[in-house]
Design a protein around this ligand. Structure first.
Ligand code: ZN
Length: 73
């Protein structure tokens, strides 16, 4: 009956919430690992901002080096 359905719904809701929390955690991790510094000139992914700066200074000396904060997303 209705009562049982409500209980089941609440249980599913709680489960979804728990899964969402877990998912949020792994999403954060994925975001940190997926942080890619990409050269705006040749679109090559760099392992770090410092390496991008070195790369831009040697390969694209006339191009503006984007701020590190522009990659922190
Ligand atoms: Zn480049």
């Amino acid at each position: 009956m209705v009562r049982g359905a409500a209980k089941e719904q609440a249980r599913q809701k709680a489960q979804k919430k728990a899964e969402a929390m877990k998912g949020g955690e792994s999403q954060l991790k994925a975001r940190a690992e997926g942080l890619k510094i990409i050269c705006p000139s040749c679109k090559i992914a760099m392992p770090g901002y410092k390496i991008l700066v070195q790369h831009m200074e040697s390969k694209h000396p006339s191009a503006a080096i984007p701020a590190e904060s522009s990659f922190a997303k």
